[in-house]
Design a protein around this ligand. Structure first.
Ligand SMILES: Cc1ncc(COP(=O)(O)O)c(C=O)c1O
Length: 380
């Protein structure tokens, strides 16, 4: 059975896929249709934080699946309320809205910013990635992604990442929000500077816009802290989340401060599926496992070890990042490394021709890091 041919005939060709068909996973490992195993250092793009087929996760989601999947938000459901309470504790935000993906959480954040401030302009950063729906796309930097779909949302300005002067020149009295990834993910793992984050909050005091932290990729322990913001000791007005939140079960979320929530009214935003009992149960189970297994600490510890070991590899110029969100500049063809690693049973990802990205499950052990380094060092 040729799955590659069948895919080509029946799916819109939006994706450039690696030539492998995965059929199951356990922990940090994936298995293809021939039973070959692979160490997964991509985790579905920073999603499967507690690993594949975690027992507690499977049990809790299965239980809920048998009980109740969906009712819509015309009614109250318990997992949604419990999840919001849990998020309050770990994010320190006050109120939440649930959706189904990262890009939807960004859409909600943009709408909320305009409504609450009565202003129009968004300031994002060069090399940002916030999603593919029209609003999120408007604040995503890559011209190639945006161009075919113009006209997009306006006004939007892109400031140079980590350039305080440039940011100052882009902000004005019509600015509704600045949106930032505390660590740029799709760009190739670049950490925001403390100066930049400090300046954003100084400018906020002066102009009265809202600060949005896009934590879709950096959330839930990825950077070695619960959230990217916690590396800077700041609290944004709005936070977007998705990816690791449901460990692969689609769920997204926007968290806001009370001062923001107070200005929002019934029917200004909604989602049919958002916050359904099954998705919220998945997220609660994922968060519970992150807590029980101290995965935030593991991300910090194993991430540091991984970064150091990557720097030992001959073709790695430098490895950077926070926790288990790591980018590595290489002096060989990164795409070629990805392909050769895959055939040696190692799943890695590249963000451009010279940069590899590692966003593995947060349960990754030092032994698994050694296994990966062994393969990477001996690629032929
Ligand atoms: C920072 C950030 N925001 C938003 C998104 C979009 O999320 P989704 O693909 O779930 O729509 C991504 C996806 O990579 C992301 O990294």
């Amino acid at each position: 059975m040729d799955w590659f041919e069948r895919e080509k005939k029946s799916l819109i060709q939006f994706y450039r896929r690696q030539k492998v068909v995965f059929v199951k996973g356990k922990g940090c490992w994936l298995y293809d249709e021939n039973g070959k195993k692979y160490l997964d250092l991509v985790a579905g793009i920073a999603v499967v934080a507690i690993g594949h087929s975690n027992e507690k996760f499977v049990e809790k989601v299965s239980e809920q699946l048998k009980k109740l999947v969906h009712t819509s938000n015309l009614y109250y459901t318990i997992p949604q309320i419990k999840l919001a309470e849990k998020l309050k504790e770990i994010t320190k935000m006050d109120k939440f809205f649930f959706c189904n993906s990262g890009t939807e959480s960004v859409e909600a954040a943009l709408k909320i910013s305009r409504k609450v401030t009565g202003k129009k302009k968004f300031v994002a950063f060069e090399n940002s990635f916030h999603g593919r729906t029209m609003g999120a796309l408007s604040i995503t930097y890559k011209e190639k992604f945006r161009k075919p779909f113009e006209p997009l949302l306006k006004p939007v300005e892109f400031a140079k990442f980590n350039d305080v002067e440039d940011l100052r020149s882009k902000v004005d009295n019509d600015t509704a929000a600045i949106i930032i990834e505390p660590v740029q993910g799709e760009a190739g793992v670049y950490v925001a500077s403390k100066e930049l984050i400090g300046e954003i909050f100084d400018l906020k005091d002066r102009y009265g816009f809202l600060v949005i932290f896009d934590e879709v990729q950096t959330g839930f322990g990825r950077t070695g802290k619960w959230f990217g913001k916690d590396n800077f000791g700041v609290q944004p007005d709005i936070m977007t989340m998705a990816k690791a939140m449901g460990n692969g079960f689609p769920i997204g979320c926007v968290g806001v401060k009370d001062s923001v929530a107070e200005k929002l009214e019934v029917s200004e935003h909604a989602s049919t599926f958002g916050g359904n009992p099954l998705a919220c149960t998945a997220a609660l189970a994922a968060i519970e496992v992150i807590e029980e297994q101290n995965l935030v600490e593991n991300s910090a510890k194993v991430g540091e070890y991984f970064k150091n070991r990557l720097n030992e590899i001959k073709f790695v110029e430098n490895a950077r990042g926070l926790g288990l969100m790591i980018g590595a500049k290489v002096n060989v063809d990164a795409e070629d490394v990805v392909k050769r690693a895959l055939s040696s049973g190692l799943i890695v990802n590249n963000t451009d021709e010279r940069n590899l990205r590692f966003v593995p499950p947060l349960i990754l052990s030092k032994e698994e890091v050694d296994y990966a380094i062994d393969i990477l060092s001996n690629l032929n």
